[in-house]
Design a protein around this ligand. Structure first.
Ligand code: ATP
Length: 412
């Protein structure tokens, strides 16, 4: 088994020359054997965090420890961590055997030990038959396995992976994702995996850490992030297509609560109110209402949802994907255009939100409808809302409105 490696960052800051704050008071504890996926938009500091852990970057403040040992000022070689990069970081002129053994060679490991270790790892990764080939003679997946193998051979306390799959095609990425997850869990080596792909993060991570502008936003298990995003940023970042966000008010009506957004009105059942009692305090105030596309359905198909839980608008676009239909529809409800939302839209290239004007009265929403939906472009849209899983955010702070009991694990 690999050495124990609990990794701890305490109040870590990194400022580059020119006052570029890449890491802002980051505190995070990664348990021994854990797989943490680190996600966030371009430039949020993911690589800087990883490089700081590896010792390739000197931090400006705070401490980093590995298995209880303060390594803040320890040289990369002495930290016992292995970086895994994209597969094109392999040495093209060396064979697979030489690539795999290189890390051991520079550490002056005896030749016979290197040989045994390299062959053991090559067998583990299905590379044994390919040991004498050069990277140019391998497929993309095989090259990626060699890149992984180079790290595994050293038996480090932790793997630090920086977007290792980003130059592979979509199908191979999905396959390698599963392979890396399996390998990591077999080896039990603490792993930090940087990606900008939220699907990759959600499927691979025991926990996912979401970063924005050098700050950790939320660190939690994938389901927890999805169910209880701490703020609008996390809400918009996790989930694809992104959560629909509109400005709304919470009102009392018909003996219960309703949420009103422009001309739209959705009844909140007792089950919603008892699950989310904290929202009662927002009665009469503006909030942001979040609805995930998967919680919307063609009303024709959602016969179990009462008629007082519907959005009404016009179908703008129908994208049939076989198993489901993505339906873009316009409703008369003001879009939530907080700074978070705009930044997110830009980052994920969401044309919908980017094009929304300040003061707009209409929002284009996306729903994932069942494949049997017959809606057509230009038709009136009658959309059923699963009101049990609505999301509510404070308009001023952007924070999710939760009770202590339902609150997600916040970034510490
Ligand atoms: P990406 O997903 O695009 O790789 P990232 O989240 O990994 O982005 P970092 O590379 O960690 O982001 O960069 C964080 C911030 O620090 C950015 O604003 C970047 O421009 C800045 N930065 C990174 N390296 C340096 C450097 N050597 N000198 C000055 N600024 C830097």
């Amino acid at each position: 088994p690999p050495p124990m490696a609990q990794i701890e960052l305490e109040n870590v800051g990194k400022v580059f020359p020119g006052d570029v704050v890449a890491l802002d008071d980051v505190s995070l504890r990664i348990e021994d054997g854990e797989f943490i996926a680190l996600v966030g938009p371009s430039g949020c500091g993911k690589s800087t965090l990883l490089r700081s852990l590896a010792g390739l970057e000197e931090v400006t403040s705070g401490t980093i420890s590995i298995d209880g040992r303060d390594v803040t000022d320890v040289a990369p070689r002495q930290r016992d961590v292995a970086m895994v990069f994209q597969s094109y970081a392999l040495y093209p002129h060396m064979t697979v055997r030489q690539n795999l053994g290189y890390g051991l060679k520079v550490r002056r490991t005896p030749k016979t030990e290197t040989r045994t270790r390299v062959e053991e790892v090559a067998r583990m990764l299905g590379l044994f038959e390919l040991l004498e080939r050069k990277p140019g003679q391998l497929s993309g997946g095989q090259r990626q396995r060699v890149a992984m193998g180079r790290a595994i051979v050293r038996d480090p306390a932790a793997f630090l992976m920086d977007e290792p799959l980003s130059n592979l095609d979509a199908k191979l990425r999905v396959q390698m994702r599963a392979e890396i997850s399996q390998l990591q869990s077999d080896l039990g080596t603490t792993t930090i995996y940087v990606t900008h792909d939220q699907t990759e993060a959600m499927t691979m991570g025991d926990r996912v850490a979401v970063m924005r502008k050098g700050e950790l936003q939320q660190v939690a298990a994938p389901q927890e992030l999805y169910d209880h995003p701490v703020n609008l940023f996390v809400a918009g970042f996790i989930g694809s297509p992104a959560m629909n966000l509109v400005e709304a008010t919470l009102e009392r009506a018909d003996g219960g609560f309703v949420v009103e957004a422009g001309g739209q009105r959705i009844a909140l059942g007792d089950e919603t109110m008892s699950a989310r009692p904290a929202i009662k305090a927002y009665q009469g105030r503006k909030i942001v209402l979040g609805i995930r596309p998967e919680d919307l359905e063609d009303a024709e198909l959602a016969t179990d949802i009462p008629a007082d839980r519907r959005l009404r608008g016009t179908v703008e676009l129908r994208e049939a994907l076989g198993a489901e239909i993505m339906v873009h529809f316009k409703v008369d409800a003001p879009p939530a255009l907080t700074e978070d939302v705009r930044e997110l839209a830009q980052d994920v290239g969401d044309e919908r939100a980017v094009q929304q004007e300040e003061g707009a009265r209409e929002t284009t929403m996306v729903g994932r409808f069942g494949a049997r939906s017959k809606v057509r472009e230009g038709d009136p849209a009658e959309v059923a809302v699963d009101s049990r899983v609505l999301h509510f955010f404070d308009l001023d702070t952007g924070l999710g409105i939760y009770d202590e009991s339902t609150k997600g694990e916040e970034a510490r």
